[in-house]
Design a binder for this molecule. Structure first.
Ligand code: SF4
Length: 482
């Protein structure tokens, strides 16, 4: 049977509501006052974008929400979405010294969300690029987190940045590919707007390689940033894989971001193949869309799954089921539609290699199959648009990890296409590093550490602090030293 949508609009909206509601002012104050405001804070070192975490928490504790948001956004322009989707338990919160005291870590993610929501809820503009421009122009290919992070940093350093995005909206996975109940597309687009307000131009619906070539970009721009992501999900290569109810996980998640929630089709018995964080998003989304059974099938054991424990807990809490040590060998068909999966049991042999156990096949009924096996690299596309740029053996863009510079001096890279697939915050951090690498190419000047508003700001036209080679303006009603 073909699959259909299962929920009425109200139930769909309720099921997809954000899982972590915003802190109340009282809750935020209590949590902020728990922070020890550590010197040489380990939480800062654990953040790929180097946010001054005790600094922004201190500002929440002193009722300076705008200053707090500025501290966050000047280090990480996507601080609002990262507050929602970062695996904080293995990054900043996992490094919090409170854990050494056998206490709960400071809820850094939720405090970060509280401060950044203040900016979006009140439509505040807290970052301003310098009025004096360098005259240098950078083209950024791909409109995801890496390019947004790079473009924002370039704008704050006085360079022009133009993003070329193939899809109708920028934001990449933040807009199209993260579970709806964690991050809505509306929130992602607010951050895209924040980047635009820094003077960054975003040209959507432009496919570099088809609509414009890199050679044409090179004539108009002084440097290029490759912020391309990854491609399709790897194939299962089993019979029945091309049946209409077999989906890629990201396509299933995207469906929810571009269509009304209650119109998204889902099976009553859904199998998700794979056990990474995207698989968890898909299995949970299916359950929240009304699937009676939503089941992860993973070839290895529970201890080996790549999903974070927090994500695993979320899926279990939503009623998702798990079958470990099994692989699909055939998608079963009836009248041209999916009716089940033939699975086989697996075991790890003495050499640590995964083996399918002969004669262990069994069948289970499913009417929808979602593949979440990881994504292919965009090797062919990269070879076609930037043939001179070196790729690694596994098809990623080869670049200097500190500066993002490739073997072609004016071409830089960061994000999933360069790191093979990581977190949003890693992409933003790599974009930011590449912006500084590009700045160095233009000016021969290195920038270390976060751009500090407290040292590099100006109030109105009046400079504050010293060493203002790249002054950034602060709102007149704001104090630069907070
Ligand atoms: Fe606060 Fe924990 Fe960071 Fe220390 S490590 S500054 S307690 S959040």
């Amino acid at each position: 049977m073909p699959i259909t949508s299962l929920l009425d609009p109200d139930t769909a909206a309720r099921n997809m509501a954000e899982i972590e509601p915003q802190y109340s002012p009282q809750e935020a104050l209590v949590e902020a006052h728990r922070c020890l405001f550590c010197f040489d804070a380990p939480c800062i070192k654990a953040c790929p974008t180097g946010i001054d975490i005790p600094g922004f928490i201190k500002k929440i504790a002193s009722h300076n929400l705008t200053g707090s948001a500025r501290t966050i956004l000047s280090s990480n322009i996507l601080g609002g979405s990262c507050a929602r989707v970062c695996p904080t338990s293995v990054l900043c919160e996992g490094a919090c010294v409170m854990l050494d005291r056998d206490e709960k870590p400071i809820k850094i993610g939720r405090l970060q969300r509280y401060a950044t929501d203040h900016v979006f809820d009140n439509d505040l503009q807290v970052l301003h690029p310098p009025e004096q421009k360098s005259g240098k122009r950078v083209a950024l290919i791909g409109g995801g987190p890496a390019s947004l992070g790079c473009a924002a940093e370039l704008a704050l350093l006085g360079h022009d940045a133009v993003i070329f995005e193939r899809k109708p909206e920028a934001g990449g996975l933040n807009t199209y590919g993260i579970a709806y109940y964690k991050l809505t597309p509306e929130m992602s687009l607010k951050e895209v707007e924040l980047v635009k307000r820094l003077g960054v131009e975003i040209r959507t619906g432009v496919d570099v390689g088809t609509d414009i070539t890199v050679a044409e970009l090179e004539k108009e721009f002084d440097a290029i940033f490759l912020g391309v992501g990854l491609g399709h999900t790897y194939r299962l290569d089993i019979p029945g894989e091309d049946l209409p109810e077999v989906f890629e996980a990201l396509a299933f998640i995207e469906d929810l971001h571009v269509n009304p929630l209650h119109e998204v089709a889902v099976g009553k018995r859904v199998a998700v193949i794979g056990c990474g964080n995207t698989a968890i998003d898909a299995v949970t989304q299916a359950k929240r869309l009304g699937a009676e059974h939503s089941v992860i099938i993973y070839r290895r054991g529970e201890r080996d799954m790549p999903a974070y424990l927090y994500e695993y807990g979320l899926a279990k809490r939503d009623g998702a089921e798990f079958i470990f040590n099994a692989v699909p060998v055939e998608v079963l068909e009836k009248d041209g539609h999916v009716c089940g999966l033939k699975l086989a049991r697996t075991k790890v042999d003495d050499n640590g290699k995964l083996q399918v156990i002969a004669g262990s096949e069994f069948e289970l009924p499913f009417d929808m199959v979602i593949k979440a096996l990881g994504q292919e690299k965009m090797t062919d596309m990269l070879k076609s648009i930037v043939p001179d740029v070196n790729l690694t053996r596994n098809g990623c863009i080869e670049r200097d990890a500190a500066t993002g510079q490739t073997n072609v001096p004016h071409i830089f890279a960061g994000g999933d296409g360069a790191n093979g697939g990581s977190e949003v915050v890693n992409a933003v951090g790599e974009g930011k590093k590449a912006a500084r690498g590009i700045h160095r190419l233009f000016t021969n000047e290195a920038i270390e550490g976060p751009i500090q508003w407290t040292r590099m700001g100006v109030v109105g036209d009046k400079p504050v602090g010293s060493g203002l080679d790249h002054p950034i303006r602060v709102d007149e009603h704001e104090t630069a030293f907070i």
